[in-house]
Design a protein around this ligand. Structure first.
Ligand code: PHE
Length: 439
């Protein structure tokens, strides 16, 4: 079977942006900006995301494109080329990032299930009726989530089933423009609310003293890696479907910019509204499932804005979840010769079944989410960087990134990738472990 490719550079950027924009942008970024110094936080964030994490993005894309394989096949090729017979070790190593991202998918699908439920609730006008803070606690961790979880798995499965162009690219081509349009509408609503100013200040007024705190820098670094989906599998497999004439450095700048834009829009859509109603700009599920529905229950026109909001977050979720399933599907097809349909079906069933115990037990859910994001994903990102810059070789890495690009990285890029980036990827892993999660 012929390997599919994206239709072009635009499609490639779009799917990557789709992967990048996810819960990280919505339930973490907005809160972090406020918590770690407002506009001051943007300094380390932008520094890390453009200066360091974008290199990881180029590395994963170029790695996949050069081998025309996902992580398992790509690592295998590179090892085999180094030493005959070593390919097996490479394939085993390449399995780690793929498994990492797949294990994130397992719990991410559950969260998408919650989002679907809230999307449904917004339709029925339930936010005005239910006790919102209590509701979340009585819904999550119970069997009532299972049906919604199943819908999330089926939705992801259908998109990935249709393949690279007709599935993933097509879905993103619909979801991404809608997502941006909705966010814009919500920003206008949010910042024009009475009392929105406090929220705008929370985001923008720089607290320079925060720059003196190590934690600010650490959180910005973790955010930069997670938000670009660096884990050695997703962006790598997306790169493997990129055409040879794709300008990787420029695509990277564009993807990082779009992703940043989405984060800022989400922050401006959420935080001022949360402040306007005197609520808690919490991080994580508390923000999405408690503060925000409360806002929509109180806001003029909240019914329609609530529907729009949850639709946009559902889109953000699916555009990421497909990028977590695809690496495993590609690896499975490549290794077993199974058709896409069979691979997608099998892996979806596996992901759903492993997720079931997490559906009904929030402490298991929390442990799973922690282990996969704190240890496994950063480890995948680190391993991919080592294999690309050290085993494949920094000179070849630079050549692949520069291929058909208008931006040409000079010789300096080789030590930058080989030492600085690899070291930072390692530091991200260590800090995740020390801090119990920074992504
Ligand atoms: N970047 C996604 C987010 O911000 C998360 C993600 C991580 C997606 C790893 C794919 C792979 O939510």
């Amino acid at each position: 079977m012929k390997r599919e490719k994206w239709t072009g550079k635009m499609g490639f950027i779009l799917v990557s942006v789709g992967s990048a924009i996810g819960l990280g942008n919505i339930w973490l970024f907005s809160w972090r900006v406020g918590e770690y110094g407002g506009a001051a936080f943007l300094i380390p964030y932008l520094l890390f995301v453009f200066g360091i994490a974008s290199v990881g993005l180029m590395e994963e894309w170029a790695f996949g494109r050069s081998q025309v394989k996902g992580a398992i096949g790509a690592f295998e090729n590179v090892f085999e080329e180094k030493k005959e017979g070593a390919g097996k070790i490479g394939a085993a190593l390449g399995f780690i990032p793929v498994a990492a991202v797949f294990s994130i998918y397992i719990f991410y699908a559950i969260v998408i299930g919650w989002l679907l439920k809230y999307f449904f609730l917004s339709f029925t006008g339930a936010f005005n009726v239910i006790n919102i803070p209590e509701y979340f606690g009585t819904f999550t961790g119970t069997a009532n989530t299972i049906g919604w979880h199943a819908v999330a798995v089926i939705g992801t499965m259908v998109i990935v089933f249709f393949g690279v162009q007709r599935g993933i690219e097509k879905a993103n081509k619909i979801m991404m423009p809608v997502l941006f349009a909705i966010l814009l509408i919500l920003v206008i609503r949010s910042v024009t609310l009475e009392g929105a100013m406090d929220g705008i200040k929370y985001i923008f007024v720089p607290e320079w003293s925060k720059l003196a705190e190590v934690k600010t820098w650490i959180m910005a670094l973790g955010q930069a890696f997670f938000t670009l989906s660096l884990g050695g599998a997703t962006m790598l497999v997306y790169g493997s479907y990129a055409r040879d004439d794709t300008d990787i450095p420029s695509a990277s700048i564009q993807a990082v910019s779009f992703n940043f834009m989405a984060s800022m829009l989400a922050a401006l859509a959420i935080i001022p509204a949360v402040f306007a109603f005197g609520l808690d700009p919490a991080a994580g599920p508390g923000l999405l499932f408690v503060s925000i529905p409360t806002v929509f229950a109180k806001m003029p026109g909240g019914y329609i804005f609530g529907i729009l909001f949850f639709l946009s977050v559902v889109f953000a979720g699916f555009s990421s979840s497909v990028s977590m399933l695809e690496p495993a599907v590609e690896g499975f097809m490549d290794k077993t010769g199974f058709s896409r349909g069979k691979a997608v079906l099998l892996l979806s069933v596996v992901a759903f079944l492993i997720g079931l115990p997490l559906d009904v037990d929030m402490s298991k859910f929390g442990t799973w989410a922690d282990i996969t994001t704190i240890y496994v994903l950063p480890f995948g990102a680190f391993v991919a960087a080592v294999v690309f810059f050290w085993v494949f070789g920094a000179d070849k890495a630079r050549a692949e990134i520069n291929k058909n690009s208008n931006i040409r990285f000079g010789k300096w890029f080789e030590p930058y990738g080989k030492y600085i980036f690899v070291l930072v990827a390692f530091v991200v892993l260590v800090l995740n472990i020390i801090y119990g999660g920074i992504g």
